[in-house]
Design a protein. Structure first.
Length: 190
């Protein structure tokens, strides 16, 4: 199988099931942003961080690939005439969200109470987490917009919301693990 097919040379791409759409289609933009997020998570995973965090990130990357596949499948194509689901992949469900919440709770137990907003930065790895968090928020906004136009699974939006929370807390945890002082946002008086 060749990596290039030339089928996208005129600005069209295929959704799962064969429907051709413009490459700027909101559905494409949404799962493309999730792919971008997944790449940033790979960058975080490649840093010198705790192995348990790397394993968690790998699980999240798999979840994001699943989300992308779900979003690449137009709603009307998700169910065949006999009522069976077309995508034979694991689903993102409330258990996936619960795993993120458990990880957030566990990390927060190790962190000092937050008394100020925190500015991104302090260490390259921490900054990567903040970049991933911002991309996750964009993916969430795009998912909400897509859901306004054509219904998508609510779990996708909830998962992305919780993932952005996870990435914020992970940035805080990595600051602690790397002995980096968090940069507090303190409004400057003029």
């Amino acid at each position: 199988m060749k990596i290039y097919t030339k089928t996208g040379d005129k600005g069209l791409t295929s959704l799962y099931g064969g429907t051709r759409v413009k490459k700027y289609n909101l559905r494409i933009e949404t799962y493309g942003t999730i792919d971008e997020l997944n790449s940033y998570l790979g960058l975080i995973k490649d840093q010198e961080i705790d192995e348990s965090i790397k394993k968690t990130i790998l699980k999240i990357q798999n979840d994001l690939f699943t989300l992308g596949a779900i979003l690449a499948t137009p709603t009307e194509k998700e169910i065949l005439k006999n009522g069976k689901e077309r995508l034979n992949i694991p689903k993102i469900d409330t258990e996936s969200i619960s795993v993120l919440e458990e990880k957030i709770d566990k990390m927060e137990q190790e962190l000092p109470k937050m008394t100020h907003f925190i500015l991104p930065g302090g260490h390259q790895t921490v900054s990567f987490c903040h970049l991933a968090r911002c991309i996750c928020r964009r993916a969430e906004r795009l998912s909400v917009k897509l859901n306004d136009l054509e219904t998508i699974n609510d779990t996708i939006i909830i998962y992305l919301n919780r993932l952005s929370d996870f990435l914020f807390v992970l940035a805080r945890k990595l600051s602690k693990d790397l002995s980096v002082e968090e940069i507090k946002w303190i409004p400057q008086k003029k």
